[in-house]
Design a protein around this ligand. Sequence first.
Ligand code: NAD
Length: 360
Amino acid sequence: MTQQRYRITLLPGDGIGPEIMAVAVDVLNVIGEQLDIGFEFSEALMGGAAIDATGEPLPADTLELCRNSDAVLLAAIGGYKWDNLPRHQRPETGLLGLRAGLGLFANLRPAAILPQLIDASTLKREVVEGVDIMVVRELTGGIYFGQPKGIFTTETGERRGVNTMAYTEAEVDRIGKVAFETARKRNKKLCSVDKANVLEVSQLWRDRITKLASDYPDVELSHLYVDNAAMQLVRAPKQFDTIVTSNLFGDILSDAAAMLTGSIGMLPSASLGENGSGVFEPVHGSAPDIAGQDKANPLAQVLSAAMMLRYGLNQPTAAERIEQAVLKVLDNGYRTGDIMSPGMTLVGCRAMGDALIKEL
Ligand code: NAD
């Protein structure tokens, strides 16, 4: 049997990025050897590191390399040093450029409560125990991109701010398909969130999602208005499996869902396009306050690598092994500072990586 080989672009970025990326790469190398999967890693500059070296947050070379790879593993970008640069030179502008350049319209944000970390949640144990949600957020349309947008001056000389929430049928259909396919890989329940009682754009959204459902008879579809969805997420989160929603609602609901778990250092994400490479990255930022001190939790980065294997490279067995190893090191009591609790063993980023490798 010929070995599967994948070209992976690594974007370690800034702050704790390089430390947590190093752990993820070690883990991928071990899993690659075990399952006979070949990874060809190429590292490129992005964010503050790229601004320092080239003056731009997303150099053309970096985007080109990402375009020509099978997947992109990103750590985190940004930091105090670059906070006051003009917008086109800000690290976040690089992130938007990467999404646009790769046509990443689907953002997958899992929020699963790990039994070992249940007390990290601010909600009661009985409410969050067993929560396992995937939020599928539309990423390149809706009110963040719709035209017209801007701040205009009216005839009376008053300023008026405008944004437009707009979706075409094709835009709803393509995110809908990703959501149904994702639900299919999970517990086959999809909840579409909109505001169809008030917004026309949401009526169209609901229409299209309902039509799509006939192609996925094995997936159970429901609809909720966004205000109710926000309430249900904190009241009874276990009712949800997969949620699909538009850019703005998804921005808010995915953070709310993530915080059910209470631990930002544990949360991965995936951004996918029609075809071509997806970007896999932790939800957290570059944590400049602890950078270079071997204090960062590398698990969100490692779980992002697992998402890359499952959703980007279609290697579910490798993904599963990594996820199991993460659970095992937590079972064994290892904790970085951000998830530390009494009676556990405090370890640094590197030692957490070593524990993972040992478990694998
Ligand atoms: P942050 O997520 O970097 O940090 C928030 C808090 O969580 C900090 O106290 C930090 O130490 C802690 N934390 C985050 N990740 C951790 C980890 N893996 N292990 C242990 N502790 C962790 O958010 P912030 O402080 O608002 O932003 C810092 C910088 O990161 C800013 O420049 C911001 O623009 C950038 N940022 C980047 C991304 C991204 O790359 N996608 C996302 C959010 C923020």
